[in-house]
Design a binder for this molecule. Sequence first.
Ligand code: A3D
Length: 312
Amino acid sequence: MKRDDKKLSIIGAGAVGTAAAQWAVTRSVADTIVLLDVVEGLPQGKALDLVQTSPLTGSEADVLGTNDYADTADSDVVIITAGLARRPGMSRGDLLDKNVQIIREVTEEVARYSPNACLIVVTNPIDAMVYTVFKVSGFPKQHVVGMAGVLDSARYRTFIAQALDVAPRDVTALVMGIHGDNMLPLVRLASVGGVPVEALLSKEEIEEIVYRTQHGGAEIVGHLKTGSAFSCPGLAAVEMAQSILRDEKRVLPCAVYLEGEFGISGIFLGVPVVLGRDGVERILEFPLSQEEQEALGRSVEAVKRQIAATGL
Ligand code: A3D
């Protein structure tokens, strides 16, 4: 590797980890992309398959599949997807006990080999897992961030675009709070080409979109039956990684450690932030209406219950 080369490691070569690797290779977000899993052969086979897309995509990234954390050494960004995914009828809460144990082990290894990396956590229940990574790694709060808001906002924007029959990329909309039923898709600030969505859709239409966004993960699990969403979650994580690796300073909703922002302290929760070379470079705080503040309060209570269940 040359001195300025960028390295991205992805822990967990399951559905989300593989999708993230595929997006990362296609977009050439790093010079070296490492895919790691506990299952022998799985990351090696997937990495080989991915690197063979290079002649077709023009990607110049090196792709390595491994079971050895030494191969992830000196990563700039590590995306953590290791763990169990939700099955039908299984809540994100049910996942907690099993995934805390996995996340502890993964974090210790990642922190040992890449002490300066920014860590993007995807494993559910995300708001508690990212807290676990923060506590176990001892990394600065700027270097630990949870992926959920980018995915939830993409779902929200998609549903608004479909309702209005407009280009999805022209919809600007933000989902804050927990990754779960209590998430807060902000209606007041949703706009399409600068025009408020509230002026274009009825209250009932908006309520339906908000509900569908809040249950967007479960809707997909209901169809897939044996797994959960992976394509958009993988891309959402790569969108965040890319902003850090290329110092893009994108404004993205991410689960970050709050110390008084929005009146909340001591937990990770989804809020809009600037992601750049230094990780979470700024939290963009703004006044919420009383109703929004109350809704965010419900997220806070739900996250606190999850954190209490981790025993940390
Ligand atoms: P899956 O396809 O089961 O992949 C998980 C992978 O983790 C498997 O290949 C396992 O072998 C691997 N693994 C298990 N333990 C370890 C370990 N100790 N070290 C390294 N690898 C390990 O699941 P998935 O990819 O569909 O989902 C992964 C996680 O992301 C789950 O917890 C999901 O719930 C979560 N997820 C979160 C979102 C968010 O928006 C936050 C969206 C989609 C999935």
